[in-house]
Structure formats: structure tokens, C-alpha cells
Design a protein around this ligand. Structure first.
Ligand SMILES: Nc1ncnc2c1ncn2[C@@H]1O[C@H](COP(=O)(O)OP(=O)(O)OP(=O)(O)O)[C@@H](O)[C@H]1O
Ligand SMILES: [Mg+2]
Length: 319
């Protein structure tokens, strides 16, 4: 098989998205009518993989699903998106994980049954060749089993020896411990949102938090919701604050689609500022559809928007 551009390692599960303005679930056997409910592709890794494939990369996904209808549906949808699944494992003892997302306006509550989301193991990482892809991206670190988490820095180190670059989006730590030092030393590009970055760096000031994480030797691209994104790459700083106008539906998977845009920029050989703009454009356009993948853009769409989304290039001190 020819080499992939990108291998994504992490979670795949369906998201059930329930949307209504002002939605608050009521117990006591009350039935409430909502605007819409849909079952879509979820899991940070799967959304990033599908988004990157749509942006023209050759993408593989290393993940686990259960031996059930829902797992089979995810496999079919990933294959339709062109994602290579030779390292996707079926776990016969655990049901496919699932999230129910209750959406109201720009806020949401998420109920997750972990299932196979935490089935990825150290053995799954050991089975991966050193150089399956030019770049490896790991998602949802804090949802994974401890033995997988313990093995991830060693896996990143091993592929880096084979000149593979690495990136990481931990997403939120439900236990709020935020321990990440060892993994960051093996990470080339860290992709947190602002709340995650400031928690991990233990500094509430964004510029300081970027500096703290940079001391581990990694580049950083930070997601800032409707305020766009900021990056510190190879000693230079970039900011994108203007986002394309979009009829907002929900922000589910916007961060994962931002990752896809950033990685597509870098792996297509674009400069860091352009890659950040591609990330912000892809993330923003994805908010125009329900769930993570429905409104993910192709490369032509993103390229067209690059002309109207300026990138500020500024010094470390903000000048
Ligand atoms: N309300 C919004 N309006 C415009 N763009 C948005 C909005 N929310 C998100 N985005 C775009 O999506 C990108 C990533 O979003 P966000 O900051 O929500 O990431 P995240 O918190 O990591 O998301 P996720 O829940 O997917 O992990 C932003 O940088 C921005 O480009
Ligand atoms: Mg995120």
C-alpha cells in the first residue's frame, strides 16, 4: 500500500444530536417535542479523519468499534469518506461507544457511554508500523484507558525516529488533572482550545499559556471559538480573527475540523499562517451543518475563502 499522508489515532462513535432552543430535559416520564434529532458520525478522531480526507489528504484511522450495527454503520460511513481502515479493530466484547448531545443555541450538554472509545490499547499502538503515514495525529487522550495513555509518548517517539511528525488534540479532561508533560515532549504540534490550553499550562493568560507549552518544544495552534484561532509555529506567531459568515447550526466537531484544516495546510506544504487560516475556515464552515462532518468543506471551498480571511503575523510580545 502506498504511504498515507495522515494517520489519526483515537475515538470513533456515533453522536445522537437532539436540538431545541431552550432545551432542558424533564424527568417524571414527561415527553417533550424537539426541533430535530439525528444520528451522525462522531468521535474526535473520526471527525478529524473525515475532514482531512475531504481536504485531499490520504488518511487512515486507527480506532476500535464494537461488533454491533452502530459500529458497522461507522465503518461504512468512514469507508465512503475514503478513510483507510486497515488498523480499525472490532472489539467483540464491548459495545460501540455513543454520545447523546443536547443542543440549545450555542450551548450543549453531552452524555457519553464510553464503550469501545476506551478500548484502544498499547497493543494497538505496538501493531502500527513506524512509518504508515507522514504524520500521526492523536485525539481524545483523556477518554482513553490508562495503559494506552502510558504507551502514547513511546509510540510518538518511535514514529518520530522514522521522521514522522506528530500532533495532539486532547480535548477536555473529565478528571481535570491535565497531566501531559511527557507526551508534549514528543509532540510537534499541539491543538487545544483556549480553555484546555490554559488549564494544561496552569496559566489563565493565553500568551503565557502558549509560551509555557512551547517550552516542551512543540508548536501550538489554539482554537478560540467564534474568535478564530492563534498559533505559535517555529518561533513566529499568527492570529486569525475574521471567520467566514455562516448560518450557524451547531459547533459539534468544529475543533476537530479545525485540526483537519491545519494538518491539511501543513501536509499540502502551505506556510504556517495559511495553514492556520485554513483551520479557522474549515472549523467555521463546519458549524453550518448538524454534527461533525455534514458541513466539512473541500479544498476548493477553503482556498476560495483564503482571499477574505486575513492572517496577522506578530511578535511574541503581541507587537
Ligand atoms: N460560533 C462560531 N462561529 C464561528 N466559528 C466558529 C464558532 N465556533 C467554532 N468556530 C470555528 O471552529 C474552530 C474550532 O472551534 P472551537 O473553538 O469550538 O473548538 P473546540 O472547543 O476544540 O471544539 P470541539 O468541541 O470540536 O472539540 C474555531 O477556531 C472557529 O474557526
Ligand atoms: Mg476540541
Amino acid at each position: 500500500m502506498s504511504e498515507l499522508d495522515l494517520l489519526v489515532v483515537g475515538d470513533v462513535n456515533p453522536d445522537v444530536i437532539v436540538t431545541a432552543p431552550g432545551l432542558t430535559p424533564q424527568f417524571g416520564q414527561v415527553e417533550q417535542l424537539v426541533d430535530s434529532a439525528s444520528l451522525v458520525m462522531g468521535g474526535s478522531a473520526a471527525i478529524t479523519a473525515v475532514g482531512a480526507a475531504r481536504l485531499g489528504l490520504r488518511v487512515g484511522l486507527c480506532s476500535v468499534v464494537g461488533a454491533d450495527d452502530i459500529g458497522q454503520l461507522m465503518v461504512v460511513r468512514l469507508a465512503e469518506a475514503g478513510v483507510d481502515l486497515q488498523y480499525l479493530r472490532v472489539d467483540r466484547t464491548t459495545p460501540t461507544g455513543m454520545s447523546v448531545i443536547l443542543n440549545r443555541g450555542d450551548d450543549r450538554a453531552v452524555l457519553t457511554a464510553a464503550g469501545t472509545i476506551s478500548s484502544l490499547s498499547a497493543d494497538d499502538l505496538s501493531a502500527l508500523p513506524d512509518r504508515l503515514a507522514r504524520h500521526v495525529h492523536a485525539s481524545s487522550y483523556y477518554l482513553m484507558a490508562q495503559e494506552y495513555r502510558d504507551a502514547l509518548p513511546g509510540y510518538f517517539g518511535r514514529v518520530r525516529v522514522a521522521r514522522v511528525t506528530t500532533s495532539l488534540d486532547t480535548n477536555w479532561d473529565p478528571q481535570q488533572r491535565w497531566d501531559l508533560a511527557e507526551l508534549l515532549t514528543e509532540t510537534d504540534l499541539f491543538l487545544p482550545n483556549e480553555a484546555e490550553l490554559t488549564a494544561i499550562a496552569r496559566s489563565p493568560i493565553l500568551d503565557r499559556a502558549i509560551e509555557v507549552v512551547g517550552e516542551y518544544g512543540c508548536d501550538v495552534a489554539v482554537k478560540r471559538g467564534e474568535r478564530g484561532g492563534e498559533a505559535a509555529i517555529a518561533g513566529a506567531s499568527y492570529r486569525v480573527v475574521r471567520t467566514p459568515p455562516v448560518e450557524y447550526v451547531d459547533a459539534v466537531g468544529a475543533g476537530d475540523t479545525f485540526n483537519a484544516g491545519m494538518l491539511a495546510g501543513q501536509l499540502h506544504g502551505r506556510d504556517p499562517g495559511t495553514s492556520l487560516a485554513m483551520a479557522v475556515i474549515a472549523g467555521t464552515l463546519s458549524t453550518g451543518g448538524s454534527g461533525g462532518t455534514a458541513a466539512q468543506p473541500g479544498l476548493d471551498d477553503v482556498n476560495a475563502w483564503l482571499r477574505s480571511v486575513p492572517v496577522e503575523n506578530f511578535g511574541r510580545d503581541g507587537s
